[in-house]
Design a protein around this ligand. Structure first.
Ligand SMILES: *Cc1c(COP(=O)(O)O)cnc(C)c1O
Length: 351
């Protein structure tokens, strides 16, 4: 069997949840969108079910998948509905929709709710993708409140730059949010992973943890307190010795400088490993840091067998415990979120 394996350590997921919940205080949503950032939404939600205060997904179909897998805790639908008709499913599956625009608000008010809906009302506090502008927010809040159709309203917003603490953007967004919420009752939710960790004033009634829940430091480092849930590993399945000044792989983009032992590893861009990862991207071979050499192919990649005992059968960690996914992402000019979401075709092993 092909040795590429994506290990998902569910005990680490639970530990990260507890750590982030303690840090945030109050309640914490486990963000499960995009198949739990590539980790498997159903398996991850089940592993967290007893501990979690609730879950968040991007859209309705993701929420329905969790409900049909037996998840009974609150589920926030972060983008809300795309059509007013979808409020029927929101009600049927007892979901908590975000309302970020006037069309969603009107659809919600037109729907015949059997029980009062719980609504997360989104403010655009400065990121400028979605949400009510601060000067329209109180009116939207009042429309929901006065309709008699809504039970709880959770006031929420999302930060553009929470992982860039040297910038003032988060502070500005916090001030805009608090100013526009003055006099509006009810719970609040602001912080994603980076804000939970770096902005105590953003910790409100509900946190929303994604990346850090999966054990990845939002600030690009390897955080001692977070445990990487995903470990992508494979094996060297062929090796050869090349003389100095020999090319390796497609495009002959890499040339050996000295006599080099090259290992071929099962795993390539068709498995989601980023093709843009250049030579020198770190890997760990039998627990020792080494590097990629040559381009990433569809089904394999090539590594530098730097030590005598590295060879066919050696385990290769592409990322996980020794190599952080942040390092791989940086080497490929992208972010850990994208690398995690892209992993596919690898055999998944849950523990
Ligand atoms: C994805 C998402 C989160 C989680 O963000 P992380 O940076 O992964 O913690 C929180 N809130 C909203 C609205 C999101 O879309």
């Amino acid at each position: 069997m092909r040795p590429l394996t994506c290990e998902i350590r569910l005990d680490y997921l639970r530990d990260n949840y507890q750590y982030l919940k303690a840090l945030h205080g109050n309640k914490l949503l486990a963000v499960m969108k995009a198949n739990a950032y590539g980790h498997g939404a159903v398996q991850c939600a089940r592993a967290l079910h007893d501990a979690a205060d609730g879950f968040a997904v991007a859209f309705l179909e993701e929420a329905v998948e969790l409900r049909e897998a037996g998840i009974t805790k609150p589920i926030v639908v972060l983008e809300g509905v795309f059509q007013a008709a979808d409020y029927a499913a929101v009600a049927e599956y007892r979901l908590w929709p975000v309302v970020h625009c006037q069309a969603q608000l009107e659809g919600l008010l037109a729907f015949d709710w059997r029980e009062p809906a719980t609504v997360w009302l989104k403010m655009d506090s400065g990121m400028h993708r979605t949400g009510f502008f601060p000067h329209n927010y109180a009116a939207a809040f009042a429309a929901l409140r006065q309709s008699g159709k809504v039970g709880e309203i959770v006031k929420m917003s999302h930060f553009a730059c929470a992982d860039e603490t040297e910038r003032g953007m988060t502070q500005m967004q916090l001030e805009a949010f608090d100013l526009a919420c003055a006099g509006l009752d009810g719970a609040e939710s602001l912080a994603n992973s980076a804000a939970i960790m770096a902005y105590p004033e953003a910790r409100r009634d509900w946190g929303r943890a994604g990346l850090a829940l999966y054990g990845v430091d939002p600030f690009g480092a390897f955080s001692g307190s977070l445990k990487p849930v995903m470990r992508l590993k494979s094996e060297v399945f062929a090796e050869r010795v090349l003389q100095p000044h020999e090319p390796i792989g497609y495009g002959a983009s890499f040339y050996t400088k000295r006599s080099t032992r090259v290992g071929a590893v099962a795993g390539g861009y068709a498995d989601g490993y980023p093709r843009r990862a250049a030579s020198d991207t770190p890997v760990a071979i039998d627990g020792v840091r080494s590097r990629l050499i040559g381009r990433i192919s569809m089904d394999m990649l090539t590594v530098d067998l730097q030590q005598a005992d590295m060879g066919v059968g050696s385990e290769v960690e592409l990322f996980g415990d020794i190599i952080s996914v942040n390092e791989v992402a940086a080497a490929a000019g992208t972010i850990a979120y994208e690398v995690l979401c892209n992993v596919k075709r690898a055999k998944r092993v849950y523990s």
